[in-house]
Ligand binder design. Structure first.
Ligand SMILES: C[S@@+](CC[C@H](N)C(=O)[O-])C[C@H]1O[C@@H](n2cnc3c(N)ncnc32)[C@H](O)[C@@H]1O
Length: 460
């Protein structure tokens, strides 16, 4: 297990019981029915959650009452309203389960002080229920959404990582992506700050089954009978993997050891909070050469322009931290697409892969540095040559450690000119002359750093 204590940063053994204890500083963490809570002030957190769930239940009842009070005006529709009402009430049973789990940790004083607004669930139908249904109902449109994202994630991993030790899912929600990738990795770690999300995934891992309802209401459906749809939520008879560790924590203080993960997966998460708040955590938990993969929209729900960073601003943040940007692309994917609803949101998702490179002391790599080839590497180029000229399909470098470097045309030219005699300044000037370019040292520096890190190049 790759855990570390969030108080003293000492490695920690996680054993399933009522608590996890750090042997170094004696700090213990609650484990709520198998779910560890790695947070500062977790007792306040659990009480805040209890109060917020109670509020959610009360708000839902109030919502139903308001509807009920006005339905004498449209008696012919009452059966559909009753159907919706039953759907709301059935979904609330899931929240009752959560209250039962939290009850042993409640304390009247903390409940009275609860900061439950932090966890208020709006809209009333419950955002996490929608994720739960999308992930675990087996509905065709939802399965298509999941499988499209899983395919992209698998491609990114296949192209940029050749190691299958541990993967970490940040803001993992109700866990479907972690579940899907479990056979690809030895260990899967997933975390979310939402107690509800983490618990729902836990129910799936414990092979529980639920009847839940898609609560569309009287809008965007064709017939009043569609105001609610009952669905069966379960692991859909998939084999439950045993290598998943699912826990509550804040991405700004991840309870995982340094250099412990091969892949850091951020699926529909990057626009939850400013990545500057946890970029150091991403760097810390990844192994050198490990990859960060983002797939998702950049649709910040709140409107804070100071923190709502955009892709072109996010990329330099990764580079400054010591990441090399490997890949970016966009793909349109429908979001929470329920067949009977008459509108669909389509996100143009940003797919972005960055590799952690070892930080090289700045004074070490300079424009005056003289480098030489240290370890053999291989190149592969496939092109079609015809009357119309050349059409290059790929031009790739294979490193001795098995990783690849794509679109390597320019870098192969640079490597040809690195000879253990000429400084990088000379190499850049030669290449600019030969190919009529205007490359600067800053343009090639992160790439050179990667080649030094993986020992393909070394200083003379
Ligand atoms: C849009 S949802 C996506 C969930 C999941 N990745 C998926 O695609 O199914 C974003 C998730 O990030 C979680 N989250 C937000 N802030 C977080 C934080 N500081 N630390 C951990 N998780 C967080 C939310 O609770 C929510 O479950």
């Amino acid at each position: 297990m790759a855990f570390r204590c969030i108080s003293c940063q000492h490695p920690m053994i996680h054993s399933i019981g009522n608590s996890v204890k750090c042997e170094n500083c004696d700090r213990s963490y609650f484990v709520v029915n198998g779910t560890p809570i790695f947070l500062n002030d977790e007792l306040a957190y659990l009480n805040d959650n209890y109060a917020s769930i109670q509020t959610h239940i009360a708000n839902t009842h109030a919502h139903i009452r308001i509807g009920e009070d006005s339905f004498y005006l449209r008696p012919e529709r009452i059966e559909y309203f009753r159907q919706l009402q039953d759907g709301f009430l059935a979904n609330l049973e899931l929240y009752d389960n959560l209250l039962t789990e939290l009850a042993p940790y409640t304390n009247p004083e903390l409940i009275a002080k609860a900061d439950y607004l932090n966890f208020v669930n709006s809209p009333i139908k419950g955002k996490e229920i929608n994720y739960f249904i999308r992930d675990w109902s087996g509905l065709e449109t939802c399965e298509l959404e999941i499988s499209t994202i899983v395919k992209i994630l698998r491609n990114c991993i296949a192209n940029y990582s050749n190691s299958r030790g541990s993967i970490f899912f940040a803001g993992s929600g109700t866990g479907r992506f972690a579940f899907e990738l479990a056979n690809d990795f030895d260990q899967v770690y997933c975390t979310d700050l939402s107690f509800r999300m983490v618990k729902f995934f836990d129910y799936i891992l414990k092979e529980e089954k639920f009847n839940l309802n898609i609560l569309s209401g009287f809008s965007n459906v064709y017939h009043p009978k569609d105001v609610t749809r009952e669905v069966a939520v379960s692991n859909q008879n998939k084999l439950t993997p045993t290598n998943i560790t699912n826990f509550v924590s804040d991405i700004c203080n991840i309870p995982l050891q340094d250099n412990s993960m091969e892949v850091f997966a951020s699926i529909y998460f990057l626009d939850c909070l400013n990545v500057e708040f946890y970029i150091e955590e991403i760097y810390r938990v990844l192994k050198t050469d490990g990859i960060y993969v983002n797939i998702g929209p950049i649709g910040y729900p709140g409107g804070n322009f100071i923190h709502n960073l955009l892709p072109s601003e996010i990329k330099p943040i990764f580079e400054r931290q010591g990441f090399l940007i490997e890949f970016e692309d966009f793909e349109e994917i429908p979001y929470m697409n329920f067949d009977h609803e008459m509108s669909t949101l389509i996100h143009k998702n940003w797919i972005f892969v960055a590799r952690k490179t070892a930080k090289i002391k700045l004074e070490e790599l300079k424009i005056e540095s003289v480098l030489k080839i240290n370890d053999t590497f291989y190149t592969e180029r496939r092109a079609q040559i015809s009357d119309d000229g050349e059409n290059v399909f790929f031009n790739r470098i294979y490193f001795a450690n098995g990783n690849t470097y794509e679109d390597a045309d320019l870098f192969i030219e640079i490597l040809y000119r690195i000879d253990g005699v000429n400084s990088l300044e000379k190499v850049i000037s030669q290449i600019n002359n030969d190919l009529d370019l205007q490359l600067s040292f800053d343009d090639i520096k992160p790439h050179i750093e990667r080649f030094i890190t993986n020992k393909t190049l070394k200083f003379t």
